[in-house]
Design a protein around this ligand. Structure first.
Ligand SMILES: [Zn+2]
Length: 368
């Protein structure tokens, strides 16, 4: 069973209801309400594509439970947990900074965190080679004392802290390729040298004033938080160069016991919430790069936790590409948009993108 890819999905995650709003702010009476960008369809359509393409047959389905309150408390404050628990019981609320939820939102968020916990445990215990967790609500913006940006609970910090508490792992590398900064994960491990957090994101997109290159961790954690804020319009070469010239050397210096990816698909070219121009083939290649490092460094241990990605028609192709690569299969599904995006202008690396990458290379020496 060790060579299988685990897959986690739970129907109740699709019942998380963010309401009828375009993004996360109230646009007043002037704006016709519409479906929130963060809605079940992007994820459910990925799961459906896995099924109709036959890819699901090669995956090992993994069950999960809701995360315990104790597991949440390792990262979140008691005040915050009590606050969203009460709002959820009353029927609806906002966890903070644009993280609306409806009835049972807290329970569903605990399910999402529980899936991340189980994904990590299954890989660390050797039940599966690697795992993909298709959960919602997402988690990488959630902070200790507040939700943020559609995220209620910090799924990745909660899962890492649960695995560390069970002494299943110590050194963990988190690669966040969601187009927005992984600020919650950064906060969770800012003073830790045991967890390397690398976030590749659009410069100063969301949250505002977050994810700058000078935010590098504190105390023992100095150097172990690595922000890579790419300019708008970064494409295929910019991302692959970032992985090959910054992420891979960082991983080789750090020598993690497991690699966790905050897997957002909102750097795709047709995403409504990001200005980047990736295609599904780039996500496949980035997965392959990390799998090679996981093979060299940590017995293939790789866990992907689903984060953002807001194109209902394109997220499924990106997710399929990642999961095909993780599980060593290739279905007959053809992403016809991928070749079209690949020849768009500025897909080759631009001088200002390469300059940023070159400047950041000096930060690698602080990782050991
Ligand atoms: Zn995002």
């Amino acid at each position: 069973m060790i060579d299988k890819t685990g897959f986690l999905y739970h129907e109740i995650c699709m019942w998380h209801d963010t309401g009828n709003r375009s993004i996360y702010d109230d646009s007043g009476i002037y704006f016709q309400p519409t479906t929130s960008y963060e809605n079940p369809e992007t994820k459910r359509r990925l799961k459906n594509l896995l099924e109709v393409s036959g890819a699901m047959k090669q995956l090992k389905s993994i069950d999960s439970k809701v995360a315990s309150i104790e597991a949440l408390q390792r990262f979140h404050t008691e005040r915050y947990i009590a606050s969203i628990s009460e709002k959820s019981a009353k029927g609806a609320g906002d966890a903070g900074e644009g993280s609306p939820f409806a009835q049972n939102g807290f329970t569903i968020a605990r399910q999402s965190s529980g899936m991340a916990i189980q994904a990590m445990e299954s890989v660390l215990k050797g039940d599966v080679k690697n795992a993909y967790c298709l959960s919602r609500p997402p988690g990488h913006h959630a902070k200790r004392d507040t939700g943020s940006g559609f995220c209620l609970l910090g799924n990745i910090p909660i899962a890492i802290m649960a695995a560390q508490a069970k002494k299943l792992v110590k050194r963990v590398a988190v690669i966040d390729w969601d187009v927005h900064h992984g600020n919650g994960t950064e906060e969770a491990f800012y003073d830790s040298a045991d967890v390397l957090t690398i976030s590749i994101h659009h410069d100063n997109n969301f949250p505002a004033n977050s994810g700058g290159i000078s935010d590098r961790g504190t105390g023992e954690g100095h150097g172990y938080n690595f922000n890579i804020p790419l300019p708008a319009g970064s494409g295929i070469d910019a991302y692959l160069t970032t992985l090959n010239e910054l992420v891979v050397p960082a991983l080789q210096r750090f020598k993690p016991e497991i690699i966790v990816v905050a897997c957002g698909f909102d750097a795709a070219a047709v995403d409504p919430l990001g200005p980047m121009i990736l295609n599904s083939e780039t996500y496949r290649k980035m997965t392959n790069i990390l799998m090679k490092e996981a093979n060299k460094l940590c017995n293939d241990r790789l866990v992907m936790i689903h984060e953002g990605g807001y194109s209902p028609s394109y997220v499924p192709f990106c997710g399929l590409a990642v999961i095909e690569e993780m599980s060593g299969q290739r279905t007959k599904v053809v992403d016809t948009l991928s070749d079209e995006i690949a020849v768009w202008g500025q897909q080759e690396i631009q001088p200002h993108q390469q300059d940023l990458i070159d400047n950041l290379k000096s930060y690698l020496k602080d990782i050991c």
